[in-house]
Write a protein that binds this ligand. Sequence first.
Ligand code: MN
Length: 456
Amino acid sequence: MGTLLINGTINNNQRSFKADILIENGVVKEIGNNLSNSNHEIIDVKGKLILPGGVDVHTHMDLDLGKYITADDFYTGTVAAAYGGTTTIIDHIAFGPKGCSLQHQINKYHELADGKSVVDYSFHGVFQHVSDATLNEMKFLVEDGIMSYKIYMTYDNKLNDEEILKVLIKAKELNAVITVHAENDGAIKYLSKYYAESGKTDPIYHALSRPDSSEAEAINRMIYLSEMAGYPKLYFVHVSTKKGLDEIISARKRGVKNIYCETCTQYLTLTEESYKKENNEGLKYIMAPPLRKTEDVEALWKAIENNDVDVIATDHCPFYIKEKLNGKHDFRLAPGGTPGVEERIEIILTEGIKRGISINILIDKLATKPAKIFGLYPKKGTIQVGMDADLIVVNNKKETIKFENRHNANDYSVYEGLEVNYVVETTIQRGNVIVHNDKLLANKGDGIFLRRNANN
Ligand code: MN
């Protein structure tokens, strides 16, 4: 006996069409019209949209920054993901003790996620130092399904150009993906100190100390390093500016290969005006890179429509208001990050369709393309016969985002009051209904670890 979804419209990244879906043993068994309904549990989704389950490749669950730890662990954070229609996450993991191996942090994250996550999950490895040992380890980790790694151009564990080049050359050899946080460290360090020491301590100076040029310069430098390394797969996380985007677009035009571009919900919907909100409200929006100007938001949407942006993720990284308030006399002291794993699909469908972008392009950025880049396609990111039955049922109706209807663990939403036109009503993972009409049906630990293939 299987589950039969009838009367719905299936939406993939290429096209939308009316058909029924039969799910058996966790996979899509059949797609077609008038499928035999004997012995199957029937779910009538008349008038609703069926989409592939969301793939969010940029989250930070249980992120331990030393001084702060994110509000969500792998349980609360993935419950929020499930409510929002995301059935797979790839988490960007924390740095470990000084000098630790790559494997050390992967092991630690298995402990954090196993038995807790309600959606399927994987981890990006993270480089906090480059040595023969860490470079050699990559081969074994790639074989173990960790085919993507994060490097930082800023923060305490940033890599210098020589180290970056070494990592890129190794990645090319292994067909691994290098994801990069691209900001010019020296410039933002100096500017934030300069502003704070001149008494300019309000949240808006967080944005002013990380100007668009600091992102664009770092992106540009990474692109040239990737050319020197022979074009390994290079993925820019959370691209937030028109200038940064222009570097990527022009590099592709001159023939640079294998570069991918991610942006996030917040850079598509909010602007730096949020930092000017009174009563310390602006602190809630502190994140890196910061929120930008309307022209940046518009450029990012245009780039989605043109397929210059590959992925829309979230950088889900929530903290409590109390913690954010530590920055009330100095923006540098507020922990950076914001929740969003639950809101991504509903907001992006709403705002994207309002702008005339096809639902298929949006699905490509929300599910298909991230699955392809990170070694999960076609098992994840699409509705196809033989593949995992990860799918969501979306209703075209209005709902207002409020803190009270959120499910993650912190105490505010940056999208408070935003009205969405699309609501995820049912989330199905490997054939199991895990959320239905505002009820969580998954058990803690139902999500499984996904080994990802570098040669997909
Ligand atoms: Mn991040």
